[in-house]
Design a protein around this ligand. Structure first.
Ligand SMILES: CSC[C@@H](O)[C@@H](O)C(=O)COP(=O)(O)O
Length: 344
């Protein structure tokens, strides 16, 4: 059994939402059970569940939990409270808008639960397609560098950038994966290294500061990352440090690829300048696992996402096709294509 089959970050069972507590990985595999939407909102805010698609899916289940309370006022509070948990990943607003449309069309608690389950199943299917399409775009017989965690833990299952990695490795196209540790929350070290190791995919962990030297070495054939929001002009918001990787990749002629489902595309935000960038607490920089690593009273700036300009993106891999050098025209075309049509 692969890790993809085994890892379930978000799932519904016996009338409860189960969330794998990602704050405790890789040392402890512990699930939080949610029966109220407020618990789900807290779990998203506190990073029990994280990763753009997984946040959207968890929020959709949160709405389904709220609907069980049979109070329109509570449901309205749930829509508002869940939307306010984290600002950058557009999948959150996308999933909530879909749940609202279902509710407005008359869905009861059971039908809203079914809608949340559909959102999750569709995300897994999109990831599988992204993986298959993206694998063909990786130069064969080389390593890839990735950032943050974009795997089963960050999605409905399988993964976006890690979906590409999984598919490419299965097809024999990949020598190994370099995972940047992803300071300060260490998604690369704690989550990506764990997921890939569990799948038997060769993975080497690097400090974020080692990335430029690695790209200069010539071993890496492509950088593959996910996204929290792709603006209408192709600018990409993703985990802090992504922009630096894109700059270093361009300097060394290494293709920089972004893998994301259509639910991550935001036609309503013209460019990266309009994407809200979350900043988190100083404690994330001041300590690791409870151990102080800086003077406690030092001033801190902790933006947890950055924006990579579209001109640095060599390809955007979606379930509807792979777009080279994405721009406003290409994004419009992707979003307006009929669902079944694939962009060549
Ligand atoms: C498929 S996940 C894509 C992104 O959400 C991922 O790269 C990322 O930046 C996650 O950030 P996080 O702060 O861990 O939620």
């Amino acid at each position: 059994m692969t890790a993809f089959d085994r890892i379930r970050a978000v799932f519904w069972e016996s009338g409860r939402l189960h969330l794998l507590d990602q704050r405790r990985l890789p040392t402890v595999e512990h699930y939080l059970d949610c029966t109220r939407w407020r618990e789900v909102a807290e779990a998203i805010r506190d990073m029990v569940v994280r990763g753009a698609p997984a946040i959207g899916i968890a929020a959709a289940y949160g709405v389904a939990l709220a609907a069980r309370e049979r109070s329109e006022r509570e449901l309205a509070a749930a829509f508002e409270g869940l939307a306010a948990t984290r600002p950058t990943a557009v999948n959150l607003g996308w999933a909530l808008a879909r749940m609202r449309r279902a509710h407005d069309a008359g869905a009861d608690a059971g039908a809203l639960l079914a809608e949340a389950q559909r959102i999750q199943a569709e995300d897994v299917a999109a990831n599988r397609r992204i993986g298959a399409l993206g694998a063909e775009h990786l130069p064969a017989g080389r390593a890839v560098l990735t950032h943050c965690n974009t795997g089963s833990l960050a999605t409905g299952g399988y993964g976006t950038a890690l979906g590409v990695v999984r598919s490419a490795y299965a097809a024999g196209r990949l020598t190994r994966v370099y995972a940047g540790e992803t300071r300060p929350w260490l998604q690369g070290a704690r989550l990506t290294a764990w997921e890939l190791q569990a799948d038997g995919i060769p993975v080497r962990l690097i400090a974020d500061g080692a990335a430029a030297s690695l790209l200069a070495s010539g071993e890496v054939g492509a950088v593959v990352v996910g996204a929290d929001r792709v603006a209408a002009n192709g600018d990409v918001a993703n985990k802090i440090g992504t922009y630096a990787l894109a700059l270093a990749a361009a300097a060394h002629d290494v293709p920089f690829l972004v893998a994301a489902p259509l639910s991550t595309l935001d036609a309503d935000t013209a460019s990266g300048a309009g994407i809200p960038i979350e900043t988190r607490g100083a404690e994330e920089l001041l300590s690791i696992a409870g151990q102080a690593i800086a003077p406690p009273d030092i001033e801190v700036w902790n933006p947890v996402f950055d924006v990579t300009p579209a001109r640095l993106v060599d390809a955007l891999i979606t379930e509807r096709g792979v777009v080279a050098r994405p721009d406003a025209h290409a994004i419009r075309r992707l979003l307006s294509a009929p669902a079944h049509e694939e962009i060549p």
